[in-house]
Design a protein around this ligand. Structure first.
Ligand SMILES: [Zn+2]
Length: 335
């Protein structure tokens, strides 16, 4: 936190909010992208929509209150950006549906929050916001074109083209987790088969590992979880691979190959300068990145992949909120 920065009279501030299924993170930032104050609290999604909305306004009010102590007046605020799960409509400011927020259907969040907060509010898809955050202040700074893959329970993504978030015609672009890598393959959460997410998300990694064990493959993991296969996590698979476990090393290699195939496809189409991987899995560092880089190079067009950096995200859990703040500047033509 920057406590001693000089506040010029013409300095403007922004708030970025990352609305997650579990936590809400709010950041008070200046236009240079420095984080001045932070608030994190529970989403309380199970307690219903109204409760979650009051958690959002409470969180925004908390960073504004702290800002006031720094001498930042509410008049100097340009607005609030919200990074939210979707599908949603960024232009209308409506969340159509959010799997992790029960009861959220066709919620006019921008209208509701504009009224409650009495300042301009802008909506962005959470994964797009994370990509914008990494572009502004993270692993993609100083680039114009990037693709973000978030490797979690699913695989999310965001695309920046010529320094702008690519939304597509109706805000469904950048679903990189649903690049199909096997047309008759594993069933995906989206209902179709063979999506990258079904193989290379943390859930996909665990699922393939458990399947191999049930088919008789031996691994140190069964000892580690005392045969409770439901206790196997993606982190444990990578840990076992690090220790040289044969099955897990194979799973890790295969995961890198799937990711390499997905990355190669998108690199061929979009010609990004950088591909950023985010999410818990990047803790595996070289065990993940080294083979992913090799496979992406093997499968992509030579002209497209040469010079592409495949790198870990830098902003961690704050990427979404930083990108949500950047959304305010983008929509106002200030970034
Ligand atoms: Zn899918």
């Amino acid at each position: 936190m920057i406590k001693d920065c000089k506040m010029g009279q013409d300095t403007k501030y922004i708030v970025g909010v990352d609305l997650g299924g579990t936590n809400i993170v709010s950041l008070l930032m200046n236009k240079r992208g420095e984080v001045l104050e932070r608030d994190a609290r529970l989403t309380l999604a199970k307690e219903g929509r109204e409760r979650t909305i009051s958690q959002i306004t409470g969180s925004v009010s908390a960073v504004l209150e702290k800002g006031r102590e720094l001498g930042i007046s509410p008049d100097s605020l340009l607005g609030v950006g919200i990074g939210s799960p979707g599908p949603l409509n960024t232009k209308k400011g409506v969340i159509h549906f959010a799997p992790n927020l029960p009861g959220w259907r066709e919620v006019p969040l921008v209208e509701i929050l504009t009224q409650k907060l009495s300042m301009p509010v802008f909506l962005e898809n959470d994964a797009n916001a994370a990509a914008l955050g990494e572009w502004w202040k993270g692993a993609g700074r100083n680039t114009s074109n990037l693709v973000l893959f978030t490797l979690g329970t699913g695989i999310g993504g965001g695309i920046i083209i010529d320094g702008e978030v690519f939304h597509g015609a109706w805000d469904t672009a950048a679903e990189v987790g649903h690049i199909i890598i096997h047309e008759e393959g594993l069933l995906c959460n989206c209902g179709t088969r063979g999506c990258l997410e079904a193989y290379a998300s943390a859930t996909g990694v665990v699922r393939r590992t458990v399947k191999a064990i049930k088919e008789g493959r031996e691994t140190i993991l069964t000892d580690w979880v005392q045969n409770r296969l439901e206790d196997i996590t993606c982190e444990l698979v990578y840990k076992a691979a690090q220790k040289g476990d044969k099955l897990c090393s194979w799973i890790v290699e295969e995961t890198a190959r799937y990711l390499g195939v997905g990355i190669a496809s998108i690199v061929n189409i979009l010609n990004p300068e950088v591909v950023i991987l985010a999410g818990g899995m990047i803790k595996a560092k070289d065990l993940l990145f080294k083979p992913v880089r090799e496979y992406a190079k093997r499968y992509a067009l030579k002209d497209a992949i040469e010079g592409v950096s495949i790198v870990p995200a830098e902003l961690g859990d704050d990427a979404g909120a930083i990108g949500a703040a950047a959304t305010v500047l983008k929509r106002k033509g200030l970034l």
